[in-house]
Design a binder for this molecule. Structure first.
Ligand SMILES: [Zn+2]
Length: 546
């Protein structure tokens, strides 16, 4: 039986209404407990800040796209070698490479080093799920799960064309169970399928995707309903059409209205909140998103903040990457993933001297700072798309410190900032509890992870302890202690232990009758047989459905 009493720290646990309460935190066998014997081992956290372990709701760390990105970026490997850490837990420490798309072991070490203990890969092609499990197996410490790409899936689109909504839902359930996935992901609904046919962009959510019976709206409606009917812990996770284009706010709001009244998560909203139109000045449309959020409590989202510096843009949305490749002249990869989805990758640098990058930075911060409800709009950079997860501490600093933020704002390209809320001045500074909400408690609630994101009795003992510092970027980049399932993995600021993380997945039931039809489709079109398609075994137990 392992026990630990953490003493003297200020607990920031917004899920349980605790805002800096100084009290002991008791841990036994990997969970938070109410009390411990007085002779239990102690960890002195006097004067420090205690939060639950961080949860990244949307990153790209373990997909076939990340493998491809690593192969595209040898220069990053050479520039940022990662020596094996000095572990003392008997596991074999592994060297690796960093950059914007770190190798698997380095990904686990570095997330834990920031106090993050749970990470979701937001875009996995079902056919590549096996590889994702293998990558997560090699990503130590963090618990990991992934979202399965379905918004351009050939079988699903056929069910929509045939009006077979129930079969579409059963297929989604079968696909989640077969892959060991956690949630349904939509990327540019219908648009990736059209891109594979060399059509650049969907213009509106009512454009036909080949067959006039298939539209982005139908994809959104079908999969939103499926996720809710299956009672998945996380609702459908939506990357809207027209990412990155001026004027795309119209499409984003249309997409939200298409599923109004139903739980849905809209991801990296920064990239979908632009006014203006092609050839005209871009503008921030963050206020319009915030107005919608304020009126629709069923909607959640994450920001997808852009941070200045190097990034790797990497998405199922190949059309976007073509545009970025053409405008930046950078090398790129485009890949069609047979019957399911696509993938594009372009390494990129967000320069504060560039008008669009400066606007993107501003739009993201406006979403955070105008948000009426931090529980429903949480932190992400869409790692590594808007910047590496290693930039989160600086982002937290920007949210907590107006002086720091306004000084930075003055130095960036002002071309598209006229009339923006941030340029006009926003006084808001996030509190420590609000940071705990957007990095832990909020993502946990959005993901339906009842034992994560908080420090109440019964919670997983994933805990991050920060020493207070005036320099908030440094404070959040260098936690003094990090615990994973009760084990101290970061000690005095040094990574010491690297246990394996758990896999987070769901197993919704499905009507077995649907399998006959799916098998017929596989027999006719698949490169993998129906029998060999499902991932044979996922270690651990699935997350319980309500
Ligand atoms: Zn993403």
């Amino acid at each position: 039986m392992s026990m630990l009493r953490i003493t003297g720290g200020a607990i920031h646990d917004p899920a349980n209404g605790e805002d800096g309460v100084v009290r002991d935190l008791c841990i036994q066998d990997g969970r938070i407990v109410a009390s411990l014997p007085s002779d239990a081992p102690r960890l002195d956290a006097a004067g420090m800040v205690i939060m639950a372990g961080g949860i990244d709701i949307h990153a790209h760390v373990a997909a076939s796209s990340t493998t491809m990105a690593r192969r595209l970026l040898p220069e990053e490997h050479a520039a940022d070698p990662q020596a094996a850490p000095a572990l003392d837990d008997g596991t074999i420490p592994r060297s690796g490479t960093g950059g914007t798309v770190p190798s698997t072991f380095t990904t686990g070490y570095r997330y834990a080093g920031l106090g993050y203990t749970t990470v979701f890969d937001a875009a996995v092609a079902a056919v590549a799920a096996r590889g994702t499990h293998a990558q997560f197996d090699d990503t130590p410490i963090v618990d990991g799960g992934f979202f399965v790409l379905m918004g351009n899936d050939e079988y699903l689109l056929r069910q929509i064309a045939a009006g077979e909504t129930e079969r579409a839902r059963e297929y989604a359930a079968w696909l989640l169970a077969s892959t060991g996935g956690y949630a349904i992901k939509i990327v540019n609904p219908g648009g990736v399928e059209l891109w594979k046919r060399n059509v650049r962009q969907v213009r509106t959510i009512d454009d036909a995707v080949g067959d006039p019976r298939i539209t982005p709206r139908k994809v959104l409606e079908t999969l939103t309903a499926a996720a809710n009917a299956l009672k998945l812990p996380h609702p459908v996770h939506i990357h809207c059409n027209n990412l990155g284009l001026p004027g795309n706010i119209a499409t984003t709001l249309d997409s939200m209205r298409a599923v109004a009244g139903h739980r849905a998560h809209f991801t990296h909203l920064q990239y979908h909140s632009y006014g203006g139109e092609p050839g005209k000045p871009w503008q921030s449309a963050a206020r319009q998103i915030i107005e919608y959020f304020a009126a629709h409590p069923e909607v959640t989202g994450d920001v997808g903040q852009v941070m200045f510096g190097p990034a790797t843009t990497l998405t199922a949305d190949g059309a976007v990457e073509y545009m970025l490749h053409a405008s930046s002249g950078r090398k790129w990869v485009n890949s069609d993933i047979e019957l399911e989805t696509g993938c594009g990758i372009v390494p990129y640098v967000y320069k504060d001297t560039a008008a669009v990058a400066a606007l993107q930075w501003v739009v993201g911060l406006e979403l955070f700072l105008l948000s009426p409800d931090p529980w429903r709009l949480v932190l992400s950079t869409d790692h590594p798309n808007g910047g590496s997860f290693r930039s989160y501490p600086d982002l937290i600093h920007l949210l907590m410190d107006r002086t720091y933020r306004d000084a930075r704002l003055k130095t960036i390209n002002q071309k598209y900032l006229a009339g923006s809320a941030l340029a006009d001045g926003i006084a808001r500074e996030y509190t420590l509890n609000e940071i705990a909400i957007v990095t832990r408690a909020g993502p946990a609630r959005q993901l339906g992870l009842v034992t994560k994101g908080h420090l109440g009795v019964g919670a997983d003992a994933d805990v991050t302890i920060y020493a207070r510092e005036a320099d908030l970027s440094h404070m959040f980049a260098t936690p003094r202690y990090v615990l994973k399932a009760g084990l101290v993995v970061v000690e005095e600021g040094q990574l010491r232990r690297a246990p394996a993380g758990r896999r987070l997945f769901v197993r919704p039931g499905h009507d077995p009758a649907v399998e006959r039809d799916i098998k017929a489709f596989f027999d006719r079109y698949g490169t993998i047989s129906f029998e060999n398609y499902p991932v044979a075994r996922v270690a651990g137990t699935p997350v319980a459905l309500p």
